[in-house]
Design a protein around this ligand. Structure first.
Ligand code: ADP
Ligand code: ZN
Ligand code: ZN
Length: 862
């Protein structure tokens, strides 16, 4: 029978409306499309309800359903549920025994059945719920952030004969179905060789199949399951490969140039990339190909991307410190958090690699989080070289399709290593054996917007606890939060939270020295008549760089982030008398007189014309963007070959990798860039690091300015002297006596952090108490401000519990993208707990024209 054969898996999966949804018979149509009256008798008996995530075209949300007696459901199961007149697929998110407030029993319908069990690890949903609760964000918003959309859309529901009833005679024949439709379905299934059809096909063959299926499922004749979509084959693209040829004399200079570019890139590139790099046409390339100097052919991946053809890497013989750290990590079972405090270049990555290696043969997986994708190519390469294609990269820059494919690969249950940015903490891996956060102090682990404003380190802690696996936090400059946790346990021998394990790698591998840090006082440069943004010392170092063929990195504070005002002659900075942060430069529109304002408490004063301390006229808004610096470099060092590495030049996909590769291959003398440079770049030939002006960081009007400055400066200094030649760091500043600058120069992390902790304790800033930032924005300044004032009044009950309220105040940059921004900062003592419901009630006070974001544990305030 031709129809009896299995349908081949269609190449383009049908949308969920066909694959997953079936119409109920007309007699069961509810009055409206909304969830309406259903049979609740079963739920009343079992007292069990389940929240189901429904995500298919036209319907998205989390809905409550009842469970009939005998049906057990676990979070992570895929269910079939009635919705309006349809049957649709959904994921069980949470089961509970008491109906939540506000849900009307009469409106609840029942789950039809389980399509696939344990599709997600059950603890996965616990994490999402916890994020929703702690970060005061509706669950659906959390799910939207974590899951690719339409995850169920491309899956196919299939029906098969239960194993017992495939052979005749079955071991134990269940009662025969009574409905004719049920008998019809059974006949169809029995006539198929495998006893298996897609639900879609059965529905086409048997009218009103739905009721028949219900009976068969109930009697145990058949089972229902989800067929994962066939993996989408990677797209083929044109790649260009260099062919070895000794004699290029016959080629034109232009053609030779193309070959040289290709050679510098490792002899292989995507056609489109090569065209862009050489500004040439495919006709030119084809002409060279015809002469036999290169080959153009379709390929799935480049060798360098897949990493498969890379020479496999073997574990390195560990240094004694690395060995001690690894020996402490390997025996850990259950949840333990570990701080791996290793100076830059001490070989933390090798410890991660060797900690993960024994997990994979045990069927366990690992998640490795890194701050930014700019760092990932190098790290990913090292992991691929060690673990081959078990390594999977997951980050927000993936396209929807790639994200979806990666997700489905992770759900297969095969042990793997996921490397990614903060959102990878939500990778749906079962059987986690280890979570690593590299550079755990980095603020890009925190999401600022949209909600949920989660911190990947916090979520990682919850996840490791739930999965009972170790969590390694690695850094050369640990965050105050992590440091304090370690200390508290040491000081007071507390048992809860569980003892973080402190492991230290105090020296660089192969006893390479830490780079020497020279601090240059820019006030003196000015008084000596040097108006250049480069000090004498940096100028001569840059000249030397070019002559000696060594490489350097020039670090510039990110544009648009310095809002403080300072004196170029004496370094004076205006501070808020109440909050211990610098006042921010504030100008509402171009003609308005600028003012200085604290955006914690709204203290405001006029912008002084001259320095209040020394009367110097060089008293202005501070800033030196990448463009200004590259221009100055061009004028003052025309021979220096410069590459820009910042958010402008790394916007396109793969740009990070190609810029770093070009720099590593010696295409430039100097890499100029912003914060991105601080993150884990490991290039042995870099011997010079220049910091144009540390002040942009020092005086960020934020209570974390000192901590962040210490971290960024230490990290960027750590980029040099990683090879055989020692490194040199030139740090320019107008505040050479600032305690942070002194601590960085002396590489004294512990004493610095001790002072900083004392100050935080005095002012009740984290980690001694929590902050919650309420942010308001909208097009009308009046309405935004009025809303902030109204909400501030509603916070009275919190203040009675001891919560301190700062503001409402205009944000540091009051107008962004035509929207006015106001905020309220709450200082919550560690002893006070605030119910998530308190904040969701506040949302009702907010008019729809104002957007209201709750940022729990904010890292930047302004
Ligand atoms: P970190 O992450 O601590 O800054 P890395 O892990 O990047 O340091 O290591 C710095 C360099 O030292 C890397 O090039 C790495 O390959 C090398 N390295 C690490 N461990 C060893 C070892 N045990 N023996 C030799 N080289 C090592
Ligand atoms: Zn001054
Ligand atoms: Zn203030």
């Amino acid at each position: 029978m031709t129809q009896g054969r299995l349908l081949p898996a269609p190449s383009s999966q049908p949308p969920i409306s066909q694959a997953f949804v079936s119409k109920l018979p007309a007699s069961e149509l509810p009055v409206s499309e909304r969830l309406t009256v259903g049979n609740v008798a079963g739920s009343e008996q079992t007292g069990c309800w389940v929240e189901v995530l429904v995500d298919c075209p036209g319907v998205q949300g989390v809905f409550t359903y009842g469970l009939s007696a005998g049906l057990t459901v676990q979070p992570g199961d895929i269910l079939s549920v009635p919705f309006g007149a349809q049957q649709i697929g959904g994921v069980a998110v949470r089961c509970f025994h008491e109906l939540p407030n506000g849900v009307n029993l009469a409106q609840i319908r029942e789950v039809d059945g389980v399509i696939a069990r344990d599709f997600f690890p059950p603890s996965y949903w616990t994490i999402l719920l916890r994020v929703s609760e702690y970060y005061c964000t509706p669950l659906m918003q959390v799910i939207r952030m974590a899951l690719p959309t339409g995850l169920l859309g491309r899956s196919q529901r299939r029906i098969k004969l239960s194993r017992d009833h495939q052979q005749e005679p079955p071991s134990e024949v269940p009662p025969h179905p009574t409905l004719p439709v049920a008998q019809q379905i059974l006949t169809w299934l029995q006539s198929s060789k495998t006893g298996d059809y897609s639900w879609q096909h059965l529905q086409r063959q048997v009218p009103n199949a739905y009721r028949g299926l219900q009976e068969l499922l109930k009697l145990g004749w058949v089972e229902s399951y989800l067929q994962p979509p066939t993996p989408i084959r990677p797209k083929q693209r044109q790649a260009v490969t260099l062919v070895d040829h000794a004699d290029r004399a016959l080629l034109s200079p232009r053609q030779q140039e193309v070959l040289r570019v290709l050679q510098r890139q490792g002899g292989e590139l995507w056609l489109t990339d090569l065209l862009a790099l050489c500004q040439t046409s495919s006709t030119t390339l084809k002409a060279i190909a015809q002469k036999g100097y290169l080959v153009i052919q379709p390929r799935e991946v480049l060798r360098s991307e897949s990493g498969v053809a890379r020479s496999p890497d073997v574990p390195k013989a560990l240094t004694p410190d690395q060995a001690t750290a690894l020996a402490a990590i390997l025996p850990l079972t259950g949840y333990t958090s570990v701080l791996l405090h290793g100076v830059t270049g001490s070989g933390k990555t090798e410890v991660y690699l060797q900690a993960i290696a024994p997990l994979l043969p045990q069927g366990k997986s690992a998640i490795v989080l890194v701050p930014e994708i700019g760092l990932t190519p190098q790290l990913t390469d090292r992991f691929r070289a060690r673990f081959g294609d078990r390594v999977c990269v997951y980050h927000s820059a993936l396209s929807d399709g790639e994200r979806y494919d990666t997700w489905r690969q992770l759900l297969t249950g095969v042990a793997q290593v996921v490397i990614g940015t903060r959102s990878a903490i939500f990778a749906p891996l079962a059987n986690l054996g280890l979570i690593v956060l590299d550079e755990e102090h980095d603020s890009s682990f925190k999401q600022d917007q949209p909600s949920p404003c989660y911190h990947a380190r916090t979520v990682a802690q919850w996840r490791a606890e739930l999965e009972q696996c170790p969590l390694i936090l690695g850094s050369a400059t640990p965050s105050l939060e992590t440091w304090l946790q370690c200390q508290e346990t040491a000081d007071h021998e507390r048992s809860a939270p569980p003892t973080p394990l402190y492991l230290s790698l105090p020296t660089r591998v192969q006893a390479r020295p830490m780079p020497a840090i020279e601090v240059v006082d820019m006030r003196q440069e000015l008084s000596r008549g040097n108006r250049s943004i480069f000090s004498q010392a940096l100028q001569s170092a840059l000249h030397h760089l070019h002559e000696s063929g060594e490489q350097g990195i020039l670090f510039i504070q990110r544009r648009g982030h310095s809002t403080f005002v300072s004196c170029r002659s004496c370094g004076y900075v205006v501070m808020c008398p109440h909050c211990d942060v610098s006042l921010a430069y504030h100008q509402i529109h171009a003609e308005a007189r600028p003012v200085l304002r604290c955006h914690y408490c709204n203290y405001t004063q006029a912008h002084p014309e001259v320095c209040p301390d020394c009367q110097s006229p060089y008293f202005k808004h501070f800033g030196s963007g990448t463009q200004r610096v590259t221009q100055a470099l061009e004028q003052e060092f025309p021979a220096l070959r410069v590459l820009r590495f910042d958010s402008d030049t790394t916007r396109t996909k793969g740009a990070h990798r190609s810029l770093l590769t070009r720099f590593a291959q010696g295409e430039a003398d100097l890499l100029v860039g912003t914060q991105m440079l601080t993150k884990g770049i490991d290039l042995p030939q870099v011997t010079l690091v220049g910091i144009v002006a540390a002040d942009g960081l020092l005086h960020l009007s934020d209570y974390r300015a000192s901590e962040r400055t210490f971290q960024v400066l230490t990290q960027v200094a750590g980029r040099c002297g990683r090879g055989d030649r020692p490194g040199r760091v030139i740090l320019q500043t107008y505040s050479p006596d600032h305690p942070v600058i002194i601590a960085v120069k002396q590489q004294q992390y512990e004493s610095f952090i001790q002072t900083e902790l004392e100050q935080r304790a005095t002012l009740h800033y984290p980690p001694y108490g929590r902050l919650i930032l309420l942010k308001f924005s909208g097009l009308s300044p009046g309405i935004v401000q009025a809303t902030a004032v109204k909400i501030a009044a509603a916070l009275q009950p919190l203040q009675e519990q001891g919560v301190e309220r700062l503001g409402p105040a205009a944000a540091a940059i009051e107008r962004v993208a035509r929207r006015y921004r106001w905020q309220i900062l709450l200082k919550v003592p560690a002893t006070v707990a605030i119910a998530a419901a308190f904040f969701s009630n506040l949302r009702d006070l907010c008019p729809s024209s104002v957007s209201f974001t709750i940022d729990v544990d904010p890292l930047s305030i302004g």
